[in-house]
Design a protein around this ligand. Structure first.
Ligand code: FAD
Length: 514
C-alpha cells in the first residue's frame, strides 16, 4: 500500500501498492525541466514534456500520489466547482468560454492518454447532475445552466437524478468522466520512464535558486541544475504571493458498499453549503459508492472527526449502506477568484507553479500541462488566462481580504486559553492538543504506545500556529495549509522544514510508571 499525507486510508490506497521508480543510472549535469511533485500534475506534465523532446527529472518528497491525488475522489469535470456564472462575472464572457474549452481539452487529454498508453484505470464516461432543493438554489441553478450553455457546455433539464434525494429542478451535463486516479498516474509514470524521464522519490526539494539562465535545485542534500523548475507540489514551497491567493480547505470522503444494486452510474452534486457529491467507482469488478463533501477551511475547525461523522450520518441516512469500506479526508486549495494559477511564479524567470485547482484538480492538472507546455516553449509568446501574475478581479477581493485577515490574526495570536500541562493525563492515545507550558505553547502528541512527543506549534512556513487535525492525525496550518505529522515532520508544502521538536522525554508514560 502506498503512503498518503494522512492517517486514514483512502479507497485508492486500499487497492494500490507503492510505485517503485526505476533506478536512475545517471544524474545529468543539466536538465531541461525539473518538476517537484509526483501527483497527477507532476507526472502528466513530466510525460508530455519528455515526449516533446525535453529531458525531465521529477523529484518527489515521499512517494507518487502521497499528496491529494492519493486522497481525491476523481470526478473528471468540465462543469466546474467555480460555476460559469462566477467565472463570467470575474473574467467576462469570452474568458468563461476559454475556460470551458480548456476544461474540454483537458478531459480529451485524459481520454487520449488512456487510449495511447492502453491504461486500465477503470475510466468511464459520465454525466453530471446538479440539483436544487429549494427556490433559492433553483435560481442559482438557472443562472449556472445559462452561463454554462453560454460558455459552450451542453446542458439539459433532467427529470430524474441518479441519487435518492427530493429535488425541484436538476440539470444534466454530458461529457464528464470518472476513473481510478492512482492507476492512471502510475501508468503515466511508467510511460514517462519509458520515454527516458527520471523519477527520484524521497527527494524533497528544499531550496531553489535562480542562477544565470536557469535554476539550481537542492533536494535530499544533492544539487540539480535545469533551465526550468515547476512546482507541481499542489502549493509552492517557500513564501510568495501565491500563498496569499490560495486558501487551504479540508474535504471529507468515504467509500461504501450498498445492500442493493442502486449504485449511481453518473456524478451527482447537491447545492448545499457545504455541498455533497456522490458517484460510483468499480475497482477490480467491485462497485463502491463514493460520497464526499462537508468542506471547511483548514485548521479552523478543531473537531475534524465531527465532520467525518456527519458525512457518515448523512450517507447512512440516505443510502442502504451495507458496509463502510473506508473514510478519509484531504486538502485542496481554492484561489481567491475561482480559477487556478498556472504559469510563472511572480518575481521569477524560470520558476513556474500550478496551484489553486479547488475541487477540479483532475481537469486542471491537465489544463496545467497544456498551458505549461506552451509557456516553456520560449520561442513564442502566449496569452495565458491562468497566469499567477493576473490582477485580482474585484469579486475575489473580499474573500482575499477576509482570509488574509484570518491569517494575520493567526500570526499575531499568541495567547489562547490552553489546558494546563497536568491535563495531559486526559489525552487519549493517538491524540494531541496544544498546551501552555511555562508561558510557551507546545503541541503535545501521545502515541498509541503512550509515548509523548512535543513540538513548538509554530509553522516553519510563516510562523502561524498549527492546529491538531484529529481525523488525519496531523498538525495543520490554518494560514497557508502546511501540514506536519504528529511528531512534526513535514507532510505538505508550503513548508519544507519540520516543526521544531521539544525534548520532554521525562513526561513519557512508561518513565512515569517507573
Ligand atoms: C477530498 C478531496 C476530493 C477531491 N475530489 C476531486 C474530484 O473529484 N475531482 C477533481 O478534479 N479534483 C478533486 N479534488 C482535487 C484534486 O484531488 C487535487 O487538485 C489534485 O489531486 C492535486 O494534484 P497535484 O498533483 O497538483 O498535487 P498532489 O497530489 O498534492 O501532489 C503534490 C506532490 O508534491 C509532493 N511535494 C510536496 N512538496 C514537495 C517538495 N518540496 N519537493 C518534492 N515534492 C514535494 C507531495 O509529496 C505530493 O506527492 C479533490 C480534493 C480533495 C481534498
Amino acid at each position: 500500500m502506498f503512503h498518503r499525507d494522512g492517517f486514514k486510508k483512502s479507497l485508492w490506497q486500499n487497492h494500490s501498492e507503492i510505485f517503485e521508480p526505476a533506478p536512475v543510472k545517471k544524474i545529468l549535469q543539466h536538465y531541461d525541466v525539473i518538476i517537484a511533485g509526483g501527483g497527477i500534475t507532476g507526472i502528466n506534465l513530466g510525460l508530455q514534456l519528455q515526449k516533446s523532446g525535453k529531458q525531465v527529472l521529477i523529484l518527489e518528497a515521499k512517494n507518487l500520489c502521497f499528496g491529494t491525488t492519493g486522497g481525491t475522489t476523481a470526478h473528471i469535470n468540465t462543469l466546474l466547482d467555480t460555476p460559469y456564472n462566477v467565472i463570467r462575472k470575474n473574467f467576462g464572457d469570452k474568458n468563461a468560454a476559454t475556460v470551458a474549452q480548456a476544461a474540454k481539452d483537458a478531459v480529451d487529454l485524459i481520454r487520449k492518454n488512456i487510449s495511447e498508453y492502453k491504461i486500465d484505470c477503470e475510466f468511464s464516461e459520465a454525466k453530471a447532475y446538479l440539483y436544487a432543493r429549494d427556490r433559492q438554489q433553483e435560481e442559482e441553478l438557472n443562472s449556472i445552466a445559462d452561463s454554462s450553455r453560454m460558455a459552450g457546455l451542453s446542458v439539459n433539464i433532467a427529470k430524474k437524478i441518479p441519487v435518492p434525494f427530493e429535488f425541484i429542478k436538476a440539470i444534466e451535463v454530458p461529457g464528464q468522466a470518472k476513473f481510478n486516479p492512482v492507476k492512471y498516474v502510475y501508468a503515466l509514470a511508467g510511460a514517462f520512464e519509458q520515454a527516458g524521464g527520471s523519477i527520484l522519490d524521497q527527494h524533497r526539494v528544499t531550496d531553489i535558486k535562480e542562477v544565470e539562465k536557469g535554476v539550481r535545485v537542492t533536494a535530499a542534500g544533492k544539487e540539480f541544475n535545469a533551465r526550468h523548475f515547476i512546482y507541481a507540489t499542489h502549493i509552492p514551497s517557500g513564501v510568495n504571493l501565491l500563498h496569499l491567493r490560495c486558501i487551504p480547505y479540508r474535504s471529507y470522503a468515504m467509500a461504501v458498499s450498498l445492500e442493493d444494486d442502486s449504485y449511481p452510474d453518473d456524478l451527482s452534486y447537491d447545492m448545499e453549503d457545504p455541498y455533497h457529491y456522490y458517484r460510483t467507482q468499480v475497482i477490480d469488478g467491485v462497485p463502491f459508492l463514493i460520497a464526499g463533501g462537508k468542506d471547511h477551511k483548514t485548521g479552523e475547525e478543531v473537531d475534524t472527526t465531527h465532520y467525518a461523522n456527519s458525512l457518515k450520518f448523512h450517507v447512512e441516512k440516505n443510502f442502504k449502506v451495507k458496509e463502510i469500506k473506508t473514510s478519509w479526508s484531504s486538502q485542496y486549495y481554492e484561489s481567491v477568484d475561482g480559477l487556478p494559477y498556472i504559469g510563472r511564479v511572480p518575481g521569477y524567470n524560470f520558476i513556474y507553479a500550478a496551484t489553486g485547482y479547488g475541487g477540479n484538480g483532475m481537469t486542471f492538472s491537465h489544463v496545467s500541462t497544456l498551458v505549461l507546455e506552451k509557456l516553456l516553449d520560449e520561442t513564442i509568446i502566449h496569452d495565458n488566462l491562468f497566469t499567477p501574475e493576473r490582477i485580482k478581479p474585484v469579486a475575489g477581493f473580499s474573500q482575499f481580504v477576509q482570509h488574509n485577515a484570518n491569517a494575520v490574526k493567526e500570526l499575531l495570536k499568541k495567547l489562547v486559553p490552553f489546558p494546563q500541562m497536568d491535563q495531559l493525563s486526559e489525552l487519549a492515545h493517538d491524540d494531541a492538543r496544544l498546551v501552555k507550558y511555562e508561558g510557551e505553547s507546545l503541541g503535545i502528541f501521545k502515541s498509541s504506545n503512550g509515548k509523548i512527543y512535543a513540538i513548538h506549534p509554530q509553522c516553519t512556513h510563516m510562523k502561524c500556529e498549527v492546529k491538531w487535525n484529529g481525523e488525519e492525525k496531523s498538525w495543520d496550518c490554518p494560514c497557508h495549509g502546511a501540514r506536519f505529522d504528529p511528531m512534526g515532520k513535514v507532510l505538505n508544502a508550503p513548508a519544507s522544514a519540520d516543526l521544531e521538536s521539544v525534548d520532554i522525554s521525562e513526561l513519557n508514560e512508561e518513565k512515569r510508571k517507573d
